[in-house]
Structure formats: C-alpha cells, structure tokens
Design a protein around this ligand. Structure first.
Ligand SMILES: NC(=O)c1ccc[n+]([C@@H]2O[C@H](COP(=O)([O-])OP(=O)(O)OC[C@H]3O[C@@H](n4cnc5c(N)ncnc54)[C@H](OP(=O)(O)O)[C@@H]3O)[C@@H](O)[C@H]2O)c1
Length: 332
C-alpha cells in the first residue's frame, strides 16, 4: 500500500452514536470503479444529522460520512474519467449507503461524477454542493413546468440555509423576482438582499393564519422547509402556480389540505437530488455554473478544516446555519 494512502483521515460512523475523526484504512472502501483524492466536502443538513448520530441518513456501519465530494481522479476503470480530472459528486448514496466524502480518499461510481465546471473550480463547486445542486434542480423543475421570470415572483423558504441561499442567488441571476422567507429577517435581510432577494419576509407570516387559501402572492415556490411553512407557501400561490418541495427542516408533515390544488390548480413537485439520473445532474450543473456569481457564492461560504466539520454541523441542527460550509478535507 502506498505510504501516502495510509495518511488519509475521515469522519467515520462506526455505530449509531455519531461519527469520529479517524485514520482511514483504504481497505475499508468499496470496490467501485473510480478512486478520488477528495479535496473538499461540505456540510448539508443530512451531514449534520449523520455526524451527530441522528437517524435517517446512515444506513450501514461502519460508514464514512459526507454526501458531497469534490476532488481529483486518481485512477478509474470508467471510460469517462482519467487521472487528474477534477470531479464533483452529490448524493447518489454517498454518506448514506456508500462511503462518503468527509475523508481524504473515496471510491465511487464514475457514472455519478460530474466534471467540476471551469467557471467555478473545486472550492466553489464544493460550496454549491448538494444544497446548490438541489436549488438548481428546483429551478429546472419550475421551468419545465412552465414558469418564467414574467410569470411572477418566486418564494424561497428557509432562505438563510444552504438550499435557500443558493436558490435565492440562482433565481435572481435568472431574472426572477425573489421573495425570501426566513425565520431570522432582522439578522439576514442584508445578506438575502445582497444575494438578489427583492423582498424578505418573516416566515411567521406564512404560518400565522393557518388557512389553506390566502392572498395570491407568488407564481412559484422553492421550499426547503416543509411542515406549516410549506402549507403557508401553497396558500399564497397564484392560480396555476408551481411549488417544489425538497426538505423537512421545519417538519415532515404537510398540515394543509387539497383546496390550493383543486380551487387554484397549483402543482407540487418533489425534488430528490440523491437519485437524480446522470443527464439531469449534468443539466443542473450546466444551468447553475454560468449563473452563480462567484463573489456572491463566496460571500455565503465558510471554509472549515476537516477536524472542525462536526462542530460546524451543529449550527444546522439548531436551525441556525447560514449559507454554505465547505470542509477542507486536506487540511489538518
Ligand atoms: N430532497 C433533496 O434532494 C434535498 C437536497 C438537499 C437538502 N434537502 C433538505 O432540505 C432541507 C434544507 O437543507 P439545507 O442543507 O439547506 O439545510 P440548512 O442549511 O440547515 O437550512 C435549513 C433552513 O431551514 C430553516 N429552518 C430550520 N429550522 C426550521 C424550523 N424549525 N422551521 C422552519 N424553518 C426552519 C432555516 O432557514 P431560515 O432561518 O432562513 O428560516 C435554515 O437555515 C433539509 O431538510 C435537507 O435535508 C433535501
């Protein structure tokens, strides 16, 4: 075994109590077609759950955590990849039933990899990560359903978080009028406006009436929160409006009813970034890479060393994360 290979470390969940930072024995990796030297990973809500031993993400033990990775191909039996290629991978079982990206070395399925867009480079591709990829999938879903900037404003919920902040930036760059809903309007108004939000609203506004139909305020919704916030967002959709749902930071229940669907003809589209087919993965990255302003992305990105990943993740569990956290896997 290469001496250097023994020096890799990673966040490994050996049981249900959470992950610890350990030396990585490359022999524990699966026999998959592509070896990647991981440069960066990121902290998504799911990573926070996995690192802290919350249920629902890690499906086998021991498992390296991390649903994202960005790095360099070391060796590949896959026809698309050569040593030295810069690649990124979001979901596809990583950090859930396949060893993940919070370690210096990964073995992955080459079919799931996407080339790092030249506009972004590796660190910014990691800053996009699953959160930004999901925001792009949401934008593509709304557009496939007929939404365009002239259709009307788009509400983004959980706007201060990872999916939310990148969704605000992407939609605004694509010339949509964005209404950002957050639980922290006084703290985050400036940041959300800088990302491109035309208006920032308190999420309490969405849940206060509890009624299934309200004033018709937006043509589309990108929801990362679920629960009463999703019900409130649907209540404010215009006739024939479209919402995407990807998250449950505010609850897995849908405490609404069928009235928005049958009286206003609204649609609710589900987003699953994990099992997104390859061509759609590539399409999402191609859509987001030229749209995202690198300086804006940097302004909502914090880079932490590998050893600080678990501590950094705690803020997401407290509902207090902002923007994106990149993990510098190569750092001490
Ligand atoms: N389906 C998919 O493929 C997919 C992909 C990525 C993420 N997700 C899911 O999407 C959600 C967001 O992920 P993320 O990585 O963006 O997480 P995040 O960075 O922690 O952002 C979540 C945001 O939701 C809001 N929030 C938190 N707790 C809340 C509560 N109790 N009630 C209402 N709002 C609350 C907060 O925003 P404000 O303070 O601004 O309101 C928070 O910043 C998670 O549930 C995640 O699992 C799903």
């Amino acid at each position: 075994m290469d001496q250097e290979m023994t020096a890799f470390r990673g966040w490994i969940a050996r049981d249900t109590t959470g992950a610890t930072l350990d030396r990585l024995d490359p022999a524990m990796l699966d026999d998959l077609d592509t070896a990647v030297r991981v440069r960066y990973s990121s902290i998504n809500y799911k990573d926070a759950l996995a690192l802290h031993g919350r249920p629902g993400v890690i499906r086998r033990h021991p498992l390296i955590a991390g649903i994202d990775l960005t790095g360099e191909v070391l060796a590949s039996r896959h026809p698309r990849w050569r040593p030295g290629d810069l690649v990124t991978l979001n979901g596809a079982g990583l950090g859930e039933d396949l060893h993940g990206g919070l370690a210096g070395l990964a073995a992955v399925n080459g079919d799931d990899l996407v080339r790092v867009p030249s506009e972004l480079g590796s660190l910014r591709a990691a800053a996009v990560g699953t959160a930004g990829f999901t925001a792009a999938l949401s934008l593509l879903a709304l557009e496939r359903h007929g939404l365009a900037p002239e259709t009307g404003p788009i509400l983004v919920t959980g706007a201060g978080g990872g999916v939310g902040s990148i969704a605000v930036a992407l939609l605004a760059a694509a010339r949509y009028e964005v209404i950002a809903a957050t639980g922290r309007p006084s703290e985050l108004s400036g940041q959300l406006t800088a990302l491109g939000a035309a208006q920032v609203v308190d999420r309490a506004e969405l849940t206060s009436s509890g009624k299934p139909l309200g004033k018709q305020r937006w043509a589309g919704v990108v929801d990362a929160v679920g629960g009463p916030v999703l019900a409130g967002a649907l209540a404010g959709l215009q006739h024939s409006g479209v919402a995407t749902t990807c998250g449950l930071a505010g609850g897995a229940e849908y405490p609404g009813n069928v009235l928005p669907f049958i009286l206003r003809g609204v649609s609710l589209l589900g987003i699953d970034s994990v099992r997104t087919p390859r061509l759609r993965r590539v399409a999402a990255w191609q859509r987001l890479a030229p749209l995202l302003d690198p300086a804006l992305l940097d302004s909502v990105t914090r880079v932490v060393p590998l050893a600080a990943a678990k501590d950094a993740a705690a803020s997401l569990l407290a509902g207090a994360g902002t923007g994106r956290i990149v993990v510098d896997v190569a750092s001490a």
